[in-house]
Ligand binder design. Structure first.
Ligand SMILES: [Ca+2]
Length: 121
């Protein structure tokens, strides 16, 4: 058997040793990997949620853009914004729809794969 491996002093992987016995077992390594994966998943979901909110705010504020440019006398800008509106609304609606569709799909998939997990929500 090969000599036992040790971490260098002050290694960034020291926290892998959950029980503090100085040995990083395969279970501790897997646990850390699982936690990192969950953390990344959480960050990704936050990012997607922020994007959906931004898109929804854009939809709400778009008419205000037309109003503000008209109010400021920028009639050409108002006309251009109004020209873009159909494309903008359809694409942002598709984006927001895809977001909610994906959320519903993920929820259904996770409930199917592990009913015990969904029951604690
Ligand atoms: Ca340990």
């Amino acid at each position: 058997m090969a000599a036992q491996k040790t971490l260098e002093a002050g290694s960034k992987y020291e926290h892998f040793d959950k029980d503090g016995d100085g040995v990083i077992t395969d279970e501790e390594f897997e646990l850390e990997r699982e936690m990192m994966r969950a953390d990344n998943e959480d960050k990704k979901e936050d990012q997607i949620r922020r994007m959906a909110w931004f898109a929804l705010l854009g939809l709400l504020l778009y008419p205000a853009g037309i109003f503000v440019t008209t109010f400021l006398g920028q009639l050409q800008a108002a006309a251009l914004i109004a020209d873009i509106a159909p494309t903008y609304f359809v694409s942002v609606s598709a984006l927001v729809g895809a977001f909610f569709g994906a959320q519903a799909y993920q929820k259904a998939a996770s409930e199917k794969s592990s009913p015990s997990k969904s029951s604690r929500k």
